[in-house]
Write a protein that binds this ligand. Structure first.
Ligand code: CAA
Length: 240
């Protein structure tokens, strides 16, 4: 039987493409989601991938959800911390609540997702952690002080996990997608979105599958020597 992979936020957008790519690569996949029952139901019906509902911002809920996944599918060897939200506003208009929601979900959510799995990965001497960061964690973004802070934080998380996990056969890496054709990007006001696309040398938004293929490589045995890295997939919009 294939390895077990967990993708948070895995029923929609980039996460759904990742879950499908991993299933096609032979993994037993679980996809978590926070609230959209309808989308999760039709995702499972379309793909056969089991979905589990919990809020990654809640440590106890994450722990319980992961325990359920492991009871159903077996120990999780591959985790893709993908769940994320935006609450965009210029800094002078950003509320403490908008700050906190994004920090809790996008940053603390990564801790809550990986931490319960870490002891098992150490014990079994194998693990693959991939965190979906963002171009905006690398370059910052007008209107995203909260989001950019979390996505930059993701890079600190994987660089530290990489050092702690290496001797246990665990790798931790980040992917920084640029602007990808998902609901999240479609929610950006059209004029703003057009000007963003005009700034992408490739001349288009990315496709979720283009990120999913990066994940499939990073979690494979072939990528064992890639640890603590960041893959930028942004159509040439920003170079680190
Ligand atoms: N650079 C410089 N100035 C800007 C600007 C920019 N990028 N965007 C807006 N401004 C200016 C406006 O022109 C305006 O100037 P004036 O006051 O002189 O007219 C001022 O800032 C205020 O703008 P708004 O009135 O539009 O402010 P708002 O409160 O209505 O909303 C915003 C601003 C929410 C930031 C909106 O512009 C927006 O949604 N921007 C897109 C942010 C973005 O890229 N989000 C990414 C979402 S996708 C994602 O996050 C996935 C990923 O990882 C890539």
């Amino acid at each position: 039987m294939g390895r077990v992979a967990l993708v948070t936020g895995g029923s929609r957008g980039i996460g759904a493409a990742i879950a499908i790519a991993l299933k096609n690569a032979g993994y037993s996949v679980a996809a978590s989601y926070a609230g959209n029952d309808e989308a999760a139901k039709s995702f499972t019906a379309d793909t056969g991938i089991k979905t589990y509902k919990w809020d990654v911002a809640d440590y106890e809920a994450s722990k319980a959800g992961i325990a359920q996944v492991e009871a159903d599918l077996g120990p999780v060897d591959v985790v893709v911390a993908n769940a994320g939200i935006t609450r965009d506003a210029p800094f002078h208009k950003m509320t403490p609540d908008q700050w906190k929601q994004v920090i809790d979900t996008n940053l603390t959510g990564v801790f809550n997702t990986v931490h319960p799995l870490w002891p098992g990965m150490r014990e079994r001497k194998f693990g693959r952690v991939v965190v979906i960061s963002s171009i905006n964690g690398q370059k910052g973004q007008f209107g995203q002080v909260n989001y950019a802070a979390t996505k930059a934080g993701d890079l600190g998380i994987v660089k530290s996990l990489a050092q702690e996990g290496a001797r246990f056969g665990i790798t931790a890496n980040a992917i920084c997608p640029g602007y990808i054709a998902t609901e999240m990007v479609m929610a950006v006001p059209e004029k703003v979105r057009e000007s963003i696309i005009a700034g992408i040398p490739t001349g288009r938004l990315g496709e979720p599958e283009e990120i999913a293929r990066c994940v499939a490589f990073l979690v494979s045995d072939d990528a064992a020597f890639i640890n603590g890295s960041t893959i930028s997939a942004n159509g040439g919009q920003f170079f680190v």
